[in-house]
Design a protein around this ligand. Structure first.
Ligand SMILES: Nc1ncnc2c1ncn2[C@@H]1O[C@H](COP(=O)(O)OP(=O)(O)OP(=O)(O)O)[C@@H](O)[C@H]1O
Length: 235
């Protein structure tokens, strides 16, 4: 299997404070990996570096073997909050990065159908529920047809039921688009449900292998692994 994203951070500092030192993570093509860890351990910083948005670090990111020098359409990013432009319709938000109106219209129609928003293309963000807004954000994250999708606590602002629906949606689009996924989450159940691999950031990285996702919610082996992960978490 080939490596989709190769992350190596020798050092990441904010001023005099070092947040990450010698952290390496390789994402295999098609893998779903969750990144967990105590609050403030540097998960979002690592994700931002992996996306190419933050270039202010020592180290190197390679996308399919090629050094990443900045933000790339091959890497989609989805944040905790949907970050939709309130004055644009859902369809316009999804196609925000487009410079080909006709091609983008077809793609937007397809993506909105994939995320279940086909009837909301002309709605404004304020007319959407929290879950629908995050679906629109997922469609927008897929618009550049990325190979890698990075998500920073994408479902933490929605209710538990919506969250489960969005988790299943993420697995569906990851499979359909053959995405490699790195997801930051505080929710170990979410990590266990979604991921092929769970990586705990705590100074260094510790890996847990729950087996191929998705597994049944509440699976007994997952419960054992959850206990082991809790033991390793210094919170
Ligand atoms: N732009 C910044 N300038 C200075 N310090 C920062 C900056 N961004 C983050 N930090 C600090 O770096 C540390 C790591 O932050 P980061 O957001 O990466 O952690 P995290 O593991 O994602 O946290 P959380 O789980 O609470 O979201 C924190 O102590 C944070 O306050």
């Amino acid at each position: 299997m080939s490596i989709a994203l190769d992350i190596h951070v020798e050092e990441k500092r904010y001023g005099a404070r070092t947040i990450l030192r010698d952290v390496s993570l390789q994402l295999q093509q098609g893998e779903v990996v969750s990144l967990i860890g105590a609050s403030g351990c540097g998960k979002s910083s690592l994700l931002s570096i992996a996306s190419g948005l933050d270039r202010n670090f020592k180290g190197q990111i390679k996308l399919a073997g090629t050094p990443l020098t900045g933000a790339s359409g091959d890497i989609g990013f989805i944040f905790q909050e949907p970050r939709l432009f309130p004055w644009l319709t859902v369809a316009e938000n999804v196609a925000f990065d487009s410079n080909n109106a006709l091609a983008s219209q077809r793609l937007v129609t397809r993506l909105l159908a994939e995320v279940g928003l086909q009837d909301h293309a002309h709605a404004l963000p304020k007319q959407l529920s929290g879950g629908q807004a995050q679906r629109a954000a997922i469609a927008r994250g897929l618009f550049t047809q990325p190979r890698v999708l990075l998500l920073d606590e994408p479902f933490s602002a929605v209710d538990a039921f919506t969250r489960m629906k969005l988790q299943d949606l993420l697995l569906k689009v990851a499979y359909q688009h053959k995405l490699t996924v790195l997801l930051v989450t505080h929710d170990i159940d979410e990590a266990l449900y979604l991921s092929d691999r769970i990586v705990l950031l705590d100074g260094g990285l510790t890996e847990f292998h729950p087996g191929p996702a998705p597994r049944k919610r509440g699976d007994a082996e997952a419960a054992q692994l959850k206990a082991a992960i809790f033991d390793s978490l210094h919170v």
